[in-house]
Design a protein around this ligand. Sequence first.
Ligand code: ADE
Length: 248
Amino acid sequence: MPLAIVSALPEEQHGLQALLHDARTERHAGRDFTRGQLHGQDVVLALSGIGKVAAATTTAVLIERFAIQRLLFTGVAGGLAPQVRVGDVVVARQFVQHDMDVRPIVPRWQVPGYAQPCFACDTALTGALQQAAQQCVQAAQGWQLALLGGHAPQVHSGLIASGDQFIVAASTSQRIHSELHAAGYPALAVEMEGAAIAQTCADYGLPFAAVRTISDRADDNAHVDFPAFVQSIASRYALEIVQALVRD
Ligand code: ADE
């Protein structure tokens, strides 16, 4: 049974498609799904598009139509915690929806019907992903250092916050970070799909892991940093981390 590899944007998965053996593409729900073998492992590549609904639809198709066994998300995110810088890598341990608010019916950030606001990633797959990320970040120091003006990239692991909002103001990211932090949810990064995939995978009991490279600081410069980073670095990371994971 295959491993699904999902990203929101084509740049976040660029190069993986070319490495597939015996690639066959099918279209469902307006999206392309490509089956094939990557380093001898059965995989399905999919691009979800942006946002929580798009991510949940893609995940449901992968589970219902492709009988996937595990799901890996690879992409970029905005840095939220002060120590998380552009070029760093965040391996998700848990996800929360920063825009979910059904108070006073349930506590803030909690999705009604679930026990608490955070959705956990699979421990074994996340451990393997953490090792793969560490290995790749060390190997990437040379080209990364040149592109990032001397900052040696770090691998972080922890909570990621998702919401249907591209964060382009320091005031917004500071608010999201401080409100979550004060409630005991110290989010490292912000993006727009992970928590939806985590929730869908939880519904189906499917192991899920996610890795995000930091493309911007979700601040007033994010609209400039994001496209530059996605073009230059994100795809290299995705390619190397995914390959390191499936090879091991
Ligand atoms: N993904 C990458 N950068 C982001 C940002 N600033 N806001 C939301 N999602 C992102």
